[in-house]
Design a protein around this ligand. Structure first.
Ligand SMILES: [Mn+2]
Length: 333
């Protein structure tokens, strides 16, 4: 799915034509992925700033995204999972940074839709009035930034540039998973907005973890175990909250992959991470999670080095399904 520069230009032209037609007809919702991470929210808020008929909305705001939205008083409409009250004249919807409808946590109305995404897995069903831009970029905000730089430069206020850069910073793990494209987008955004990058990164990194969350993280670390999955060594644990944080802390000790299991309200969630060395040896966590979903149900997918799965399956069964799928993966030398 690697796209040439011409392919991208063509994609952006198609998207621009689709968008202009849609906003001409009525309001258009820009819908975020249900995890509310900074990439999905940054993409939605930035894109929605480009036209008064666009509205960023979604189920949930993650921690960094919530701080950014509050800090900038950015328009973002929080919906509930049973939301049905879409405007009668809704002319279309744009879904950013979600690889399937289930990833929005919403039941979407039947209007023309456009998908902007960068996940390795894809389970969208597209109709004849729908379009999809799936780019091999490190964050969806890179795609949105490229669109705005080309078609709507006036939208790129310092605040909008911050939303785009924040998504890029968090999805690349502070540029650890970046490539030349992400660095060049980041450079363009910093130069264009004239922001003070060091002050900005400090704001992004100011995390407020409460004492009870700190306890939950430590319990997650404390329960961690090493386990073998065929040719791969895994670290696995359970935790009640902040599973992404627990996963990244455990990643730093250097196993081939980390799996963190969380159970809440009858749903089990697996959060998995793998270092680049494992990906280079043939482990693709997004594909493994899609395989887990097809084996035991639920929804799964993501990127090569970071992925997730959610479903109404016992935690032990879900974790075993993941470990089995990893064990079946050949290790290329
Ligand atoms: Mn993303």
């Amino acid at each position: 799915m690697s796209l040439s520069d011409e392919g991208r230009v063509e994609d952006l032209n198609t998207f621009h034509a689709w968008l202009m037609r849609a906003v001409d007809l009525g309001p258009v919702a820009v819908i975020t992925g249900k995890n509310g991470d900074m990439d999905t929210v940054g993409s939605a808020v930035a894109l929605a700033s480009s036209h008064p008929h666009l509205m960023a909305c979604g189920l949930h705001l993650g921690r960094v995204a919530k701080r950014m939205v509050e800090h900038h008083h950015a328009p973002f409409r929080k919906l509930n999972p049973n939301h049905r009250a879409w405007p009668a004249d809704l002319a279309g919807l744009i879904v950013v940074d979600a690889s399937a409808e289930s990833q929005t946590g919403l039941s979407l109305p039947d209007v023309p839709k456009c998908i902007l995404d960068h996940h390795a897995t894809n389970e969208w069903d597209l109709g004849e009035n729908d379009i999809s831009l799936r780019w091999e970029v490190k964050a969806t905000t890179e795609l949105v930034a490229e669109y705005l730089f080309k078609y709507s430069k006036a939208t790129l206020t310092p605040q909008v540039c911050e939303f785009l850069l924040a998504g890029l910073i968090t999805d690349t793990g502070r540029f650890r998973h970046a490539n030349h494209g992400s660095f060049s987008t980041a450079g363009n955004l910093i130069r264009h907005s004239n922001m003070d990058y060091q002050t900005f990164i400090q704001f992004i990194e100011e995390e407020t973890i409460s004492p009870s969350e700190r306890g939950a993280i430590l319990r997650g670390m404390n329960r961690a175990e090493l386990t073998e999955a065929g040719p791969w060594s895994l670290v696995r644990t359970r935790c009640g909250t902040l599973e992404g944080k627990v996963a990244s802390l455990l990643s730093s000790i250097g196993a081939d992959a980390v799996v963190v299991t969380r159970q809440r309200d009858g749903l089990t969630r697996l959060t998995v991470r793998a270092p680049r060395s494992s990906v280079n040896h043939g482990l693709h966590l997004g594909k493994i999670m899609a395989e887990v979903a097809s084996n035991i149900g639920g929804d799964g997918g993501g990127h090569d080095g970071a992925a997730g799965w959610t479903g109404a399956v016992e935690p032990v069964a879900a974790e075993s399904a993941f470990i089995d799928a990893v064990a079946r993966t050949k290790r290329k030398e």
